[in-house]
Ligand binder design. Structure first.
Ligand code: ZN
Length: 359
């Protein structure tokens, strides 16, 4: 049967999107793509062609994408749009059993727009492929630029950490290099993962494992960037160990605890932060405030440091209420526990619902 170009772009009107160091790449302002793939038999045939991307500000030599790919018979290729040879370069595909994938290709360093296409080499059934994000970069070292910490408040070594699902639960691999100790954090940054809005703890553990692989092998970092992930059910999952330098906020990682919400809280996806999720962030934040003497005012969104839509409009809108929830961090013991419970019940009583969730 004659191969038919079967691509359709649903989507999606987002603007700038990035995690760190990578430059977000958009196509006609779209930052993510979804296209159907139909089972036609033997390939390969092109099932998606992005055309030239919007202009990319800085030179690049690496293309990195991530998303959801149900059938491993789909592969991706990239090229510098409008240029001559070299022609299409196959992306190295890394696909997880649950369909999450990231893929990367190297190119000669230089400026220019990106063109991306997908090939079907013989999928077994009709389905849709989703590309959640596309980024380019040159070198992507973890930033460890020093900054001057502000004066700290009182520290409480006995502060109770809320339950955190340990790395072993998601079968973390060890960091590829020794961590840089960063034992006295003084600020907290909220992110979103730009990935799956998970529905079960197991899905969340799988997603965190995916993110670690994406960060280590896709971006070339030593471990998952964030210290904690919080899923829509309110589970807190350990990322990079507390007390070690993170890699989530370029040039501002020093003293910075990174918390990522699993999901995409920005248009057009617009996942909603849930009340249990925000309560978990508040509990974690109250612990960090108490333990390290962090000022609640230092709880910020990734976009407060650089041009990015992270953590998404809907998560960003929760920050004022979250900061209020961190004031008066609990002392250890019963009194602190009571205050925490009272605070969380206030949250559940509707302040997040009304003011934060926007409905
Ligand atoms: Zn971020």
């Amino acid at each position: 049967m004659r191969a038919r170009l079967a691509f359709a772009l649903l989507l999606l009107g987002a603007t700038v999107r990035a995690e760190d160091a990578g430059q977000p790449v958009t196509f006609g302002s779209r930052s993510s793509e979804s296209f159907p793939v139909q089972a036609f038999g033997a390939g390969p045939r092109v099932v998606f062609d992005s055309g030239a991307s919007d202009p990319i500000a800085a030179p690049w030599n690496t293309v990195l994408i991530q998303g959801f790919l149900p059938d491993p018979a789909v592969t991706f290729e990239a090229k510098r749009a409008g240029g001559g040879p070299p022609d299409w370069t196959r992306l190295e595909m890394h696909r997880f059993p649950n369909g999450r994938f990231w893929a990367r290709a190297r190119a000669t360093p230089g400026p220019g727009r990106l063109r991306l296409r997908a090939l079907d080499t013989g999928v077994s059934r009709d389905h849709a492929v989703e590309v959640y994000s596309v980024e380019t970069f040159v070198a992507n070292p973890e930033s460890s630029e020093a900054s001057i910490p502000p004066s700290r408040g009182p520290k409480d070594p006995g502060a109770q950490r809320p339950f955190v699902h340990p790395r072993a639960e998601w079968k973390a691999v060890p960091a590829t290099e020794p961590y840089t100790p960063d034992p006295l954090p003084w600020r907290i940054t909220l992110h979103h993962s730009d990935g799956r809005y998970t529905q079960t703890l197991q899905e969340s553990l799988d997603e965190v494992r995916f993110i670690q692989d994406f960060h280590i092998h896709g971006r070339g970092w030593i471990d998952i960037a964030y210290h904690f992930a919080v899923d829509p059910l309110g589970n807190i999952i350990e990322g990079r160990p507390e007390g070690m330098l993170g890699a989530h906020t370029l040039d501002d990682n020093e003293g910075n605890v990174g918390i990522v919400l699993l999901g995409n809280y920005h248009p057009p996806v617009n996942n909603r932060p849930t009340v249990p999720q925000l309560a978990a962030v508040a509990a974690l934040g109250r612990y960090l405030v108490a333990r390290y003497g962090i000022s609640p005012d230092t709880l910020k969104g990734h976009r407060d440091y650089k041009v990015t839509d992270c953590p998404g409009d809907r998560a960003y809108a929760t920050l004022p209420a979250l900061r209020r929830a961190l004031v008066g961090a609990p002392a250890p013991g019963l009194a602190g526990a009571r205050r925490t419970a009272a605070s969380l019940s206030r949250i559940n009583a509707g302040s997040f619902d009304a003011a934060v969730l926007g409905h």
